[in-house]
Design a binder for this molecule. Structure first.
Ligand code: F6R
Length: 614
């Protein structure tokens, strides 16, 4: 969702904010804006524009803003349409208070009525402008209500989620920031601070950052900072090192981040496994789980909660946990789990799977599971993210920052970590060292095998091009590759805007088969697994109705060539590890479809990275 960046220091703020916004643009990109407080004149100037950060830059070229305290925002609209007026930063009706906000103020309508009764006027349709006016209403430097106190008091009145940065023309050298439910970190430089939604906007300036817990407020000046709760209870700041380097967040020779991240997958998979596999002992070493190893061994049931691509990885995790560790496991939409009064018995482990570690649905489900007594684990990519901090234990993906809005390498990391977690539990429960060692040895070969799949990129592009005008696709798979089929369909629809459905191959004949007509592309994940013969029958059913079958099949499979119209080969590997290979041609198909249709691969329509609204 929205990206926010703010600066206080001695450098000109404008170039710094624009650079930060470009790094954060993947979080939201329907409009952008900056505000800078010129301390010499006391003027607070705002510039906003619908569209990308580049459009904002064009506007600023004509009328640059000066000053070294400021804030910027890249928006993913929630309240109000995409217009210059609704873009952030927002000011109160006197132009004294200026704010940027990521999140949703749920009680904004009642607050707005209250403020209107007090004479405030509004120009936008946003919840954020309400917060600006509420702070202004409370802010009274002459009556002991400085900006920090006014922000604290205002936040005590709001329900919902927020990461905010606020400045006031009455207190020029001060920046006040706060968070609840939406991410925010504060980079600490020398005599300067850069506040941002994530480290990508900070790392070019400093690797040292302060993390903030929910309900914390931080007051920044060039001379230092102070953190407290919204009730003004002083807090000890938590400082962390950002584990990022610039090459990870830059395109390099690639045209798109999604392509870069697909091609990085063998490398990040090796990093994900590094130091965690002990083939000789048949053991998995996961430091983040060690303090709860006993509880995990004794656990009676595992529930996995996630959304989107992470949910598809979690579904594979469900199969792995049952197959390897023999623990009853179930996976569900975190958003549904949260609201359905779930029963958590003693011995239940709840696993939150999330790339960002900030997805609000996944986080809320985690809170629900925790409140009901589950032991909670996080399978998360972003180090220090909310889910990683709020779970009892966890394992990081270590796949590096994922910038492309469509998740690819995080999926691979999630499946790999869930394989390792399943083996960790299996080996401590019942699996022999020999059996575990065999799986570990095979797991170690997956990155090399994945490189072979990537070599077929040109062929995958040609196959995709054949069907580029078709508006409806089906993705079908069974067992471990049923979630892969769901993931293939999701990737295609989110970046190429082609309608695609994924489902278990057997389900097709219970209704969706009616959709199949002459030439309809139907992608089968048809690797040589235990259900291979059944998949072949499903392929015949599609063929006899005129469908065009694209099969993701095991290398050297001649039988499938006589049935399918096109074959995308993956090297042979056991069924449980196969999704890490079979998903790759599907990611590339989606990528090529989007490029061939002329879409912005990294910033697809209506989407944003990290969904922090329910
Ligand atoms: C799809 C995609 C989304 C995310 C989902 C969960 O390509 O990126 O479906 O997977 O929003 O996000 P995280 O993993 O950050 O919790």
């Amino acid at each position: 969702m929205c990206g926010i960046v703010a600066y206080i220091g001695n450098k000109p703020a404008q170039p710094l904010l624009i650079e930060g916004l470009k790094r954060l643009e993947y979080r939201g990109y329907d409009s952008a804006g900056i505000a800078i407080l010129d301390e010499t004149t006391g003027s607070l100037d705002v510039c906003k524009s619908v569209g990308r950060v580049a459009a904002l830059e064009d506007k600023l070229e004509e009328a640059p803003l000066t000053g070294s305290v400021g804030m910027g925002h890249t928006r993913w609209a929630t309240h109000g349409s995409v217009t210059d007026i609704n873009a952030h930063p927002h000011t109160d009706d006197t132009g004294t208070i200026c704010i940027i906000h990521n999140g949703i103020i749920e009680n904004y309508a009642s607050l707005r009525t209250l403020l209107e009764e007090k004479g405030h006027t509004f120009t936008s349709e946003t919840d954020t402008e309400v917060l600006a006016n509420l702070i202004a209403e409370l802010h009274d430097p002459d009556a002991d209500m400085d900006l920090e106190s006014a922000v604290q008091a205002a936040l005590r009145e709001v329900t919902g989620a927020y990461a905010i940065a606020v400045m006031s023309s009455h207190e020029p050298g001060v920046l006040v920031c706060a968070r609840k439910g939406s991410p925010l970190i504060v980079g600490v430089g020398s005599g300067e601070y850069i506040v941002a939604s994530d480290g990508s906007a900070i790392i070019a300036h400093t690797a040292q950052a302060i993390t903030l817990d929910d309900y914390s407020v931080i007051r920044l000046t060039r001379d230092g900072f102070r953190t407290a709760t919204i009730d003004n209870v002083a807090l000890t700041p938590k400082v962390m090192q950002l584990e990022l380097d610039l090459s990870q967040i830059e395109l390099g020779a690639y045209e798109h981040f999604m392509r870069k991240e697909i091609f990085e997958q063998p490398k990040v998979l090796r990093t994900c496994m590094k130091g965690r596999l002990d083939r000789h002992e048949g053991k998995i070493v996961l430091g983040g789980l060690m303090s709860f190893a006993k509880e995990l061994v004794k656990s009676k049931r595992v529930i996995l909660g996630a959304q989107g691509t992470a949910l598809h990885a979690a579904m594979i995790g469900e199969y792995l946990l049952e197959d390897l560790a023999k623990i009853p496991a179930e996976c569900e939409y975190a958003s549904e789990f949260r609201y359905r009064n779930p029963i958590i018995e003693e011995g239940t482990v709840f696993v939150s799977v999330s790339q960002s570690g900030e997805t609000i649905d996944t986080l809320s489900a985690l809170h629900e599971a925790k409140d009901r007594g589950a032991l909670t684990l996080g399978v998360v990519n972003v180090v220090g993210s909310t889910i990683s901090r709020e779970t009892d234990a966890g394992v990081y993906l270590r796949v590096g920052p994922e910038i492309g809005v469509a998740s690819t390498k995080a999926f691979i990391g999630q499946v790999c970590v869930l394989t390792m977690v399943s083996l960790f539990m299996a080996r401590r429960r019942l699996m022999s060292p020999e059996a575990s060692a065999r799986i570990i040895a095979e797991l170690e070969t997956v990155p090399d095998l994945m490189e072979q799949v990537l070599e077929q990129d040109e062929h995958i592009k040609e196959v995709t091009a054949k069907h580029i005008d078709r508006e409806n696709w089906l993705f079908l798979g069974r067992g471990y590759n049923y979630p892969t089929a769901l993931e293939g369909a999701l990737k295609l629809k989110e970046i190429s805007y082609i309608h695609a459905e994924g489902m278990p191959a057997a389900e097709m004949k219970h209704g969706p088969i009616a959709l199949i007509d002459e030439g309809m592309p139907v992608v089968f994940i048809a690797n040589k697994g235990p259900q291979y013969d059944k998949v072949l029958s499903n392929i015949s059913e599609v063929k006899s109705r005129g469908g065009h079958v694209i099969a993701v099949a095991t290398e050297g499979d001649t039988e499938i060539r006589s049935l399918a119209d096109d074959v995308l080969e993956v090297p042979e590997v056991s069924d449980m590890l196969s999704p890490m290979l079979t998903v790759v041609p599907l990611q590339l198909m989606a990528y090529h479809a989007a490029v061939l249709r002329g879409h912005d691969v990294d910033k697809p329509r209506n989407l944003a990275k990290s969904v922090t609204v329910e």
